[in-house]
Write a protein that binds this ligand. Structure first.
Ligand SMILES: NC(=O)c1ccc[n+]([C@@H]2O[C@H](COP(=O)([O-])OP(=O)(O)OC[C@H]3O[C@@H](n4cnc5c(N)ncnc54)[C@H](O)[C@@H]3O)[C@@H](O)[C@H]2O)c1
Length: 246
């Protein structure tokens, strides 16, 4: 129980990687705020996690909306008294070749994946600085490190998350708040289920471990960066990609 009585706020936690992260943190004793734009699914996930013997709170939050984020963080702080861990996981894709990419698709991906991380980090870090304790973990992507055909918006957002992580790590280090990123490769979730068989086959050829990752593979890395074993680790990008990018 490495995280007993800690409080973790996980965005996009209703399903996929966010749900696996929330579950892994709960198994170590953390109380969980299951934050997602989809409240119905978030409530269902929160109920499942409660079965592990921790307290949960499901909140409807659109990470792209600063006022919404501020009220969710305030509500979480009111209920639990503190926030020790923030996992910025909510993310979307709107793929297309640059030449055909609509400005709305660029804006939508940047506002959830990058501005969303800014909004949540800004709101939670104020509390963490006062506490003189905090762990922030941002879910970036291999695509932010190496680029990907048809994902100019997504790659830019995730590369932005990496630059943001390193900067905020420097700014918050003296307050005992660590800020790190996890860069998953291709993980089996609703996000990758959308890809065509042909794209999946091409991807698989590039993965030395010859399998897609599971949400739990990412959750283990997040757990490390959320717990006491990483207290002297900050500003890092931990790749969880089966060797696809080294
Ligand atoms: N699946 C992969 O292969 C992969 C690889 C690298 C990085 N990632 C990143 O991991 C994170 C989770 O991805 P996933 O595969 O679990 O996706 P997913 O689509 O299964 O889950 C994303 C969750 O985020 C929520 N969400 C979407 N927009 C939101 C918003 N504006 N505010 C709050 N919540 C919102 C959704 O409701 C959903 O519950 C994302 O940041 C994604 O970019 C995924």
């Amino acid at each position: 129980m490495k995280l007993k009585d800690k409080v973790a706020f996980v965005t996009g936690a209703a399903q996929g990687i966010g749900k696996a992260v929330a579950t892994a943190l709960a198994k170590e004793g953390a109380n969980i705020i299951v934050s997602d734009i989809n409240l119905e699914l978030a409530s269902q996930t929160a109920k499942e996690i409660e079965g592990l013997g921790v307290k949960t709170l499901a909140l409807k939050t659109n990470v792209a909306d600063l006022a919404d984020v501020e009220s969710s963080i305030a509500e979480a702080a009111k209920v639990f008294g503190r926030i020790d861990i923030l996992v910025n996981n909510a993310g979307i894709t709107k793929d297309g070749l640059l030449i055909r990419m609509k400005k709305e698709d660029w804006d939508a991906v940047l506002s959830v994946n990058l501005t969303g991380v800014f909004n949540c980090t800004k709101a939670a870090s104020t509390l963490m600085m006062k506490q003189r304790y905090g762990k922030i973990v941002n879910i970036a992507s291999i695509v932010g490190q190496m680029g990907n055909f048809g994902q100019a918006n997504y790659a830019a957002s995730k590369a932005g998350v990496i630059g943001f992580t390193k900067t905020v790590a420097r700014e918050l280090a003296s307050r005992n708040v660590t800020v790190n990123a996890v860069a998953p490769g291709f993980i089996q979730t609703a996000m990758t289920d959308k890809l065509t068989e042909d794209v999946k086959k091409k991807m698989m050829e590039q993965i030395p471990m010859a399998r897609l990752g599971q949400p739990e593979d990412v959750a283990s890395a997040v757990l490390f960066l959320s717990g006491p074993e990483s207290d002297y680790v900050t500003g890092q990008v931990l790749a969880v990609n089966g060797g696809m990018y080294m």
